[in-house]
Write a protein that binds this ligand. Structure first.
Ligand code: GLU
Length: 218
């Protein structure tokens, strides 16, 4: 299990997320990645250091909503494809995940049988596809529906291009902390990634989900 960061507010997300990820580096990791929502969803991820990821960001990697991850591989080797965030086939949903999905092999097989092409070797990727396939009205319901199929541990943060005003997070056995800023919200798996931005924090409990918007959380 390694690190998650997320930001929604009025600033560009990518530099803040890179800064947050660099504060989680001491925990050890094998790869890192970011997703931002601006005009569409954009993802950059790589095996190796957070610094290398930062050097490799495309010019217009812009958006005021984003999530980031440092990975400690449990399912599949440390390489660019297995790095998080993971996306669905259309590239609408991005998910970062800490933890282990115990029934991943079964879910991967079910998705493959349904004609879904899995891009990575990871357990996490199933979540992106399950969320994308849900037809529930809200992103919160889509995430809850996907999680109802999951056995195992998770801290997750989810972006969806059709719901650009929010980040949905959920926890079961992997820590997640919400940081309340001034007209901006942060989330991280470790307090160390938040202290620079806010001292008002809230720890999610196992079984809880939350929605972050630029103005608050529910
Ligand atoms: N099980 C996931 C993977 O192997 C997440 C690992 C982590 O917690 O960093 O990609």
């Amino acid at each position: 299990m390694c690190g998650i960061v997320g930001y929604i507010g009025s600033q560009q997300a990518a530099p803040l997320l890179l800064e947050g990820l660099s504060r989680l580096e001491h925990r050890g990791y094998d790869s890192a990645g970011l997703a931002v929502l601006g005009t569409g969803l954009k993802v950059v991820k790589k095996a190796g250091r957070v610094r290398d990821l930062g050097n490799d960001l495309p010019k217009r990697f812009t958006g005021k909503v984003g999530i980031g991850h440092t990975r400690w591989a449990t399912h599949g080797p440390a390489n660019d494809v297995n790095a998080h965030p993971h996306v669905d086939a259309k590239g609408d949903v991005a998910v970062v995940h800490n933890g282990i999905i115990d029934n991943a092999a079964h879910l991967r097989q079910q998705l493959t049988d349904d004609g879904v092409d899995l891009a990575s070797d990871t357990d996490t990727e199933v979540l992106a596809h399950l969320i994308a396939r849900s037809t529930a009205a809200t992103l919160e319901e889509r995430v809850a529906e996907a999680l109802s199929h999951i056995e195992g541990t998770y801290g997750i943060a989810v972006l969806h291009a059709d719901f650009p005003d929010r980040i949905v997070v959920a926890r079961n056995g992997s820590p997640l902390i919400i940081g309340v800023g001034d007209k901006e919200m942060h989330v991280a798996s470790d307090l160390g990634a938040l202290v620079r931005y806010t001292t008002t924090v809230l720890h999610l409990d196992d079984g809880e989900m939350a929605t972050l918007t630029a103005t608050g959380f529910t």
